[in-house]
Design a protein around this ligand. Structure first.
Ligand code: TRP
Length: 451
């Protein structure tokens, strides 16, 4: 095996990890999940989940990668010398595959919306009903979503083919700050030109009665999804790092990621209420609300194109991370050459992507228990695989792996002793207990006990 590529600087790894974290999860998924789960109540629970569970889990994964210096599947074997925990890596790889099978489709939608912004002159004069119609017509079209799916997979494969450092690092350094700037502008624009009161009230005022177990599981899953954790992908990133303080790095990643999601809500919810869109509209929310904003904005066309372009690029840095994890696994574990591994992953994702795309098209053979494959992939990863993956990681790092080695490694990676004391309680007790309770509740155990 050749020498593993390294990031040229700590900034490189932050840029790449933020690139992986910030994506459709922040701007497309976060607002719609928040909209379906009571707005402010969800936001509050989400922020707590990021702080109490997301950040420690991120530190854990990054540290495992840094200790093992290899990709997820091999990492556990390398650390423990046996195969008992390899399943975490394997499960992670399978889960990233499931994430990719719907993620690439939505990534493709962003490309369609770049074109739509141009052809409709930034959706000018359209009502929210017309915008919903445009979305429905496109997403069930039997040609265009497939083309964009192919394009997105091909572009991702190409970037990976060009190499970790050049592809990921250079890209993220320019794209992320730009996306951040445009979100900031849109947020201020909404604030100064619209009546934002209703939107802010929905999004920022927590109605505690709306905090239910469902809200908790959705927030937890979304926090893990948004930070790109629990699937072992950050292990790969960690394996590219040799120096720098792991806590600072992870803190920066979490803050930036959460800020982008928060800002997306501040842009989308005022629009939702001004244009009469349902906050619980589901996956179409961002693709109806954002065009509604641009349709009424001076210079809307420039902002619309720029926004969807940057969203596509943010999605790209995320698909790169999902895709790279599989390529690295095939390469490290099975010794398959990267070029061939790249091709295998591309074709596999394309095949599943086409099936999932068909299910959105309403072909009933692709409906399982009345839900589309798209909904299933999203549900299975967010509500089950991510929490279970997170739980397995916590048990491994907090209980199974030699605690002296854990402590020494974390000190070497720059963690302070006082922080370690909090961190280890979270990793050993708090996070596993919360995840177990949430999972038991999902399987209806508590309901059965009551009866
Ligand atoms: N975090 C990304 C987003 O919010 C999606 C993503 C990329 C992801 N890599 C991941 C999710 C790994 C889970 C695991 O858009």
């Amino acid at each position: 095996m050749g020498k593993r590529s390294q990031f040229s600087s700590n900034f490189g790894v932050i840029a790449a990890a933020v690139g992986s974290a910030v994506g459709l999860g922040n701007i497309w998924k976060f607002p719609y999940v928040a909209g379906q789960n009571g707005g402010g109540a969800f936001l509050l629970v989400y922020l707590l989940c990021v702080l109490v569970m997301g950040l420690p889990a991120l530190i854990t994964e990054m540290s495992i990668g840094r200790m093992a210096q290899t990709s997820p599947v091999s990492a556990f074997k390398k650390l423990t010398g046996n195969n008992h925990w390899t399943f975490i890596g394997v499960m992670g790889v399978l889960s990233s595959f499931i994430v990719m099978s719907f993620y690439f489709i939505v990534a493709g939608w962003t490309l369609e919306y770049i074109c739509q912004s141009i052809s409709t002159l930034s959706f000018s004069g359209m009502t929210s009903d017309e915008l919903t119609e445009i979305f429905d017509e496109f997403s069930t079209n039997s040609f265009r979503p497939y083309i964009w799916l192919v394009v997105f997979i091909a572009v991702t494969g190409l970037v990976i083919y060009m190499g970790v450092q050049k592809g990921i690092e250079k890209g993220s350094k320019v794209m992320m700050p730009l996306l951040f700037a445009i979100m900031l502008y849109l947020m201020l624009h909404a604030f100064f030109t619209n009546d934002v009161s209703e939107g802010y009230e929905f999004y920022l005022k927590a109605d505690f009665s709306k905090i239910t177990p469902t809200v908790l599981i959705q927030a937890l899953g979304q926090a893990f999804f948004s930070l790109s954790i629990a699937l072992g992908i950050i292990i790969t990133y960690g394996s590219y790092v040799k120096e720098g303080n792991v806590v600072t790095t992870c803190l920066q990643i979490s803050i930036l990621d959460t800020l982008v999601a928060f800002m997306a809500g501040l842009v989308i919810f005022p629009a939702v209420f001004s244009y009469g869109i349902e906050p619980s509209a589901g996956p179409e929310l961002a693709f109806v609300a954002m065009p509604a904003v641009f349709s009424q904005m001076g210079g809307g066309i420039v902002f619309a194109i720029l926004f969807f372009l940057l969203l596509a690029l943010a999605a790209l840095t995320s698909t790169i991370s999902l895709y790279e994890a599989l390529v690295a696994m095939l390469n490290d574990t099975f010794g398959i050459k990267r070029g061939l591994a790249n091709l295998i992953v591309g074709l596999a994702v394309l095949t599943v992507g086409i099936i999932v795309c068909n299910s959105i098209n309403g072909h009933s053979i692709f409906l399982i228990c009345g839900k589309t494959c798209f909904d299933w992939c999203d549900l299975i990863t967010t509500n089950y695989l991510l929490p279970i993956g997170g739980l397995a990681l916590m048990i491994f790092f907090g209980w199974v792996y030699d605690q002296k080695k854990v402590h020494d490694a974390l000190m070497e990676f720059g963690m302070k002793e006082w922080f370690y004391k909090i961190y280890i309680v979270l990793v050993r007790f708090i996070i596993p207990i919360i995840i177990i309770l949430v999972m038991l509740n999902q399987f209806g155990i508590f309901e059965n006990l009551k009866n």
